[in-house]
Design a protein around this ligand. Structure first.
Ligand code: 6GU
Length: 300
């Protein structure tokens, strides 16, 4: 996979040389190109921003440096044989970055990140490149960062570990929380290692039984239990409704979600953030879903 990042803080992307992503680069599984946006400015001050049309606070990133930088990155990529670019624009008003989106991005051969500072990039840049390639505007959570660089690191790490051969054990992301398949929409249960007793705390006995079937069942039960208990309080984004939640008996309180008419919301809580995202109904965050059962929904 080829990654291009255009930024005014190339040094912010140094962590891409470290750990899993750094090793993937060293092995040639990831081909990373970081570009300095200011290389495509021609005034004494290397200006990349200007005041917003229509007035208002803050500054907006200018079209011309982005246009030239992206054209150059694209030309370089195509020249070296890359194909099928996707532009990933980090922004708090983007679609929520989920494991599902990480999987989707991991299947693309070439990602071009455009982390912005200030109030964002002139809209015409995204509109222009959307005529040539898919443009994903992505948010990593309901809070506002000073710039998109940290989001690039987050997305890259989530995507890189999904690339074939990057994780040591081919099966090690099968059981991830939110991974598609068996564990879709389930949070992972607890894990333990040696010693078997620490400060008076023992590990669940079943894990010592050597009975693989029982252990698998216990792990799945724990994942259901953790999911049913609700999300950790810092998590605004709910597990997505699907088959995995069908067996759960949760209280129903909310209206139907127009996006998932066959399901009813079961638990809601107010949210504070302003940024857009799925899972919202009338200013509330949907925490879980239960199948709509025509009025008499599951209780308990
Ligand atoms: Cl992707 N960028 C910025 N600047 N702020 C964010 C974000 C991204 N995701 C959440 N907050």
């Amino acid at each position: 996979m080829r990654l291009d990042v255009v930024t005014i803080f190339p040094e912010y992307l140094e962590p891409l040389n470290v750990s899993l992503v750094g090793k993937a680069r060293a092995r040639g599984q990831l081909d990373v190109h970081v570009h300095d946006l200011r290389d495509w400015t021609y005034d004494r001050h290397n200006t990349v921003d200007d005041t917003p049309y229509g007035g208002g606070p803050g500054m907006v990133m200018k079209t011309e440096p982005w246009g030239e930088a992206l054209d150059a990155a694209l030309a370089d990529g195509y020249e070296s044989g890359a194909h099928g670019p996707v532009m990933v624009v980090p922004t708090p008003s983007g679609r929520p970055f989920t494991q599902e989106l990480a999987v989707e991005l991991s299947e693309r051969p070439w990602l071009i990140f455009t982390p912005a500072r200030y109030e964002g990039i002139d809209r015409r840049v995204m509109d222009e490149y959307a005529t040539r390639m898919p443009v994903y505007e992505v948010s990593i959570g309901d809070y506002v960062l000073a710039g998109g660089e940290a989001a690039v690191l987050v997305v890259t790490e989530a995507v890189a570990r999904l690339l074939p051969g990057v994780l040591g054990n081919a099966e090690s992301h099968r059981d991830d929380s939110f991974a598609p398949g068996e564990m879709a929409n389930l949070l992972e249960g607890p894990v333990y290692t040696k010693p078997p007793r620490w400060r008076g705390r023992e590990i669940p006995e079943v894990l010592l039984s050597g009975h693989h079937g029982k252990i698998a069942r216990w792990r799945r039960d724990e994942a259901f239990r953790r999911t049913a208990r609700g999300l950790p309080p810092h998590r605004a984004e709910p597990p997505r409704p699907d088959r995995a939640l069908r067996g759960l008996r949760l209280r129903q309180e909310g209206p139907r979600d127009p996006e998932h008419p066959g399901l009813e919301t079961v638990r809601r809580r107010p949210i504070l953030a302003q940024a857009g995202g799925r899972g919202r109904i009338g200013g509330c965050c949907v925490l879980a879903y239960a199948p709509a059962t025509g009025g008499s929904s599951s209780a308990g």
